[in-house]
Design a protein. Structure first.
Length: 153
């Protein structure tokens, strides 16, 4: 159930398998359908994998979305979009102990949601590692209004 208020959320997008441009384009289409209106979108940037080794470079972007979803609903919808675009547990690897990070057709991270802080086992807002990731901060700062930047620092 939505709360009928509009919230501003920033989502980090990444892809390093398949047609990366098409994957991010389709992710944005699904975000518009299931989550809300994309108000601003950064440029796509190509980056090295972070937290694991891969021959596949990433394409990353950040979108600002106006939504009436709660943070928990937002998480559910981003995971649904990831699955619909091909992200599965099989992308982790076939090793017994799959690494935390792995190649994937699409990944969507919730970076910010209004000025809300959430600290739950499966949902942390603001995203706890975003300050360590240039592939998040560069596109985020490209579209984040200066008046909102104080929430980051």
């Amino acid at each position: 159930m939505t709360d009928n208020r509009h919230h501003i959320t920033y989502l980090g997008l990444g892809s390093n398998l398949g047609d990366r441009n098409e994957n991010l384009r389709r992710a944005c289409e699904e975000i518009e359908k299931l989550i809300g209106h994309i108000v601003r979108q950064s440029a796509f940037i190509e980056t090295e994998p972070w937290g694991f080794e891969s021959a596949n470079r990433f394409l990353n972007a950040v979108v600002c979305v106006e939504t009436s979803l709660t943070p928990r609903q937002l998480l559910s919808h981003t995971q649904q979009i990831e699955r619909s675009l091909g992200k599965t547990a099989a992308h982790a690897t076939e090793r017994e102990c799959a690494p935390l990070y792995h190649d994937r057709p699409v990944d969507i991270d919730i970076l910010l949601y209004d000025r809300l802080t959430v600290d739950e086992p499966d949902l942390q807002i603001p995203h706890p590692l975003m300050h360590q990731r240039d592939f998040v901060m560069k596109p985020l700062l490209e579209i984040l209004p200066p008046a909102e930047a104080d929430v980051l620092f």
